[in-house]
Each structure stands twice: as C-alpha cells, then as structure tokens.
Design a protein around this ligand. Structure first.
Ligand SMILES: Cc1cc2nc3c(=O)[nH]c(=O)nc-3n(C[C@H](O)[C@H](O)[C@H](O)COP(=O)(O)OP(=O)(O)OC[C@H]3O[C@@H](n4cnc5c(N)ncnc54)[C@H](O)[C@@H]3O)c2cc1C
Length: 357
C-alpha cells in the first residue's frame, strides 16, 4: 500500500494505537475506530504491570524503539513479594521486575498517552464508531472469549508502595492474585484460569488474606472484572486484515501479560504495510518463541499445583539473578519443548470449553 491510501484500524487499545502511530510516522493517513466513547474504558484506572523479565532489553526501551514515547505514568517495581500456599519470598532487584502503569482514560494512563501521541501525529480517532472486521486493514478489537478472567477492585489506601503476588489455588484457581499499590491507590485482583464461577468468592478470600497479612486498608472501593484470550493457532492475517494484540490471541499464556505483545504486534502490522512484508511471518518470528514457551510454562504450572507453586516461590527467591532466572523459564530447552504438543492439545481442549462472553 502506498502512503496515499487510508488505513482503517478497528480498536483504540495499545495494539491499534501503536499500529496507528507507526503508520502515521511514515506519512500514512490513518483512521482509528473505537466503539466506546473514549480509550481505555475496558479498564477502571487500575494498575497493571509491564513485565520486564522476558527480554534482555528493558521493556521501556523496547517501547521507545517502537517509536512510542513513554510519557505515561509508570513506577519501577524493584521489590516483589511472592507468596505460595506455604512459602513467602521478598526479592529486591536493581533492574525492575516490571513497571506499574495505569489503564483507563484519565490523565497519566497508558491508553490516554497513546491516544494523544496518535492525535498529535494527525491520526483521525473516531469514538462511538464500531467497525466491522471485514472493513478494517488492522483488527485490534481486544479479547474474543475468556480463557482467563480477572476479578478485582481499585481503592484508596494508606499502605506504602508495594507489589505482591499470591500463587494459591484457594485464591486463584490455576492462576494468581496480585496487589499493586502506589501513591495512595491500590489494585487487588485474582486471575482465574479455572472455576470462573468462583471469581467473587476468590476475591473475597484474597482480600481477607491480604488484610490479615499486610494490614491493608481500603477506602472508596470500586470493583471491576475482565477477561483475556490466548490463541497460538489462529492465522494472523485473513485477506487484507491483519490481526493484532488480543484480537489475535497474542498474550503470554502463563500469567496473561498482553500489553507488550499488543504493542509489538501493532508495530509489526504497521511496518508490514509500510514495507510490503508478510505480517504473519514477522510476528511469528518476533513473538512465536515466547508464545510457545509461555504455553509450555502454563501447562507445567497447572500440572505442578500447590506444591509446585511453593517450589517456584522458593527457587525464584534463591536465584542470584532474578532476570536470568525468569528469562531462562522463557527460553526453550529441548526437554521442555518436548512438552509442546501436549501443552497445545490441552490448551485447544480448554479453549473449546472456554466461556464465550
Ligand atoms: C483486569 C486485567 C488486568 C490485566 N493486567 C495486565 C498486566 O498487568 N500486564 C499486561 O501486560 N497485561 C494485562 N492485561 C492484558 C492487557 O490489558 C491486554 O492484553 C491489552 O490491553 C490488549 O490490548 P489490545 O489493544 O489488543 O486490546 P484492548 O486493550 O482490549 O483494546 C481493544 C479496543 O477495541 C475496541 N473495540 C472492540 N471492538 C471494536 C469494534 N468492532 N470497532 C471499534 N472498536 C472496537 C474496544 O472497545 C477496546 O477499546 C490485563 C487484562 C485485564 C482484563
């Protein structure tokens, strides 16, 4: 396509807006259609994390390399507490485990920063405008069905800045619960990969556990829920449509981190249009290994259960270098790759019964 042709993008999340910014930098006229009244309305000003352990490069540098300014609110997470059913570890590192960011439409959120970067480059962002997939060049419409769900709340609190995760099937079946606190605001959530109907009860149990353990105070509580899609087998292109972010199922299977994949795939979709290259191939080369190992990791994680969660907490706390420990989990030693066909079959069976929302 030449820069004179207008590119239509469905969805103004991180994937769609990154694609729009990439194309606008190259001089393409771009229209982004967003069915909601603003960006980020799928979220509720909750804290999320940009993970920073699966690559050598710092994730903020990766984002800058994609041509995106990091002019959104972020806080490095240098200290992480992890709790297994019978274990606890508190690890402080020099290079952040991740960055706490905000999602929503208000000032400082990732979504709003991306919207303004796109608008500044002349992108036409149209709200309350749903676009059919067949009319889009880039489909960035977010999750399709629930492979995992999150049930959580945001609140004001007096506890100091902290980041903590709980690996315990009683709080989050096959998933994890997390607490993120900064600047007097907190997010507490449980992420379930199984027994979705227990979400509310799991959040109540998690809240009690965290209050007992950390003396967490919570005021002005606002509840939220969400879901995520993972898919490794879906074609990333269909006719002229390129599927990016969660619309393509591009998300870390183990813990459901999707922001980085959304932005990288949005960037690659934009580049593939500019350079006339094969998006599917570009994307699988850049993200394929990570996605496959994350699928194996999920298979092993679910197989390990409670005893395994304790083992993971203890092993990670003893590791001399956290980044090396976690990045090793995301490389593909031959032995672990042997599990791939089993992991894929298990995921396919599960997605056949996953909830359509
Ligand atoms: C509660 C929760 C916590 C999370 N925490 C983390 C975390 O800590 N770290 C992390 O990396 N990931 C996290 N994720 C996942 C991450 O938020 C997503 O993977 C990421 O937002 C995906 O970006 P996206 O652009 O593909 O889709 P989205 O952010 O979902 O954006 C899609 C947009 O498309 C719009 N849309 C849909 N259909 C149409 C249409 N037909 N026409 C026009 N617009 C349309 C939607 O309204 C939406 O604005 C979390 C998810 C949830 C639910």
């Amino acid at each position: 396509m030449s820069p004179s042709e207008r590119i239509s993008i469905a969805g103004a999340g991180p994937a769609g807006l990154t694609a729009a910014i990439t194309l606008a930098h190259a001089g393409y006229p771009v229209v982004v259609h967003e069915r909601q009244q603003d960006v980020g309305l799928r979220f509720c000003e909750d804290y999320q994390a940009l993970e920073n352990w699966t690559s050598e490069e710092d994730v903020l540098d990766t984002i800058r390399r994609l041509g995106i300014q990091t002019d959104f609110y972020y806080r490095p997470i240098n200290r992480l507490s992890s709790y297994g059913p019978h274990s606890a570890a508190h690890v402080t590192v020099a290079e952040p485990h991740g960055y706490l960011i905000r999602r929503g439409c208000r000032s400082g959120s990732l979504d709003r920063a991306l919207k303004h970067q796109a608008l500044d480059l002349g992108v036409d962002v149209r709200f309350e405008s749903a676009l059919k997939e067949t009319e889009a060049d880039i489909v960035a419409t977010g999750p399709r069905h629930a492979c995992a769900i999150a049930v959580g709340c945001v609140f004001d609190t007096d506890v100091p800045e902290c980041a903590a995760v709980w690996l315990d099937d009683r709080l989050a079946p096959k998933g994890y619960a997390y607490l993120l606190v900064a600047d007097g605001r907190g997010t507490l959530a449980t992420v379930l990969y199984d027994r979705f109907s227990e979400g509310k009860a799991c959040l109540e149990r998690t809240t009690r556990r965290v209050q007992d353990l950390l003396g967490l105070t919570m005021r002005n509580i606002q509840h939220f829920g969400g879901y995520g899609t993972f898919d490794l087998t879906r074609p990333l292109t269909h006719g002229r449509q390129r599927y990016v972010g969660e619309a393509a199922g591009l998300q870390d299977y183990l813990f459901g981190f999707g922001i980085r994949h959304a932005m990288v795939s949005g960037f690659l979709a934009g580049r593939s249009i500019i350079e006339g290259t094969d998006y599917d191939r570009l994307c699988r080369r850049e993200l394929g290994r990570h996605l496959r190992t994350s699928l194996i990791n999920r298979y092993v994680y679910e197989f390990m259960g409670q005893t395994g969660y304790d083992l993971l907490v203890r092993l990670s706390s003893r590791a001399r270098n956290q980044r090396t420990f976690w990045s090793k989990i995301y490389t593909k030693p031959v032995l672990r790759m042997l599990l791939y066909p089993f992991a894929l079959r298990a995921a396919q069976e599960k997605s056949r019964v996953s909830v359509q929302l």
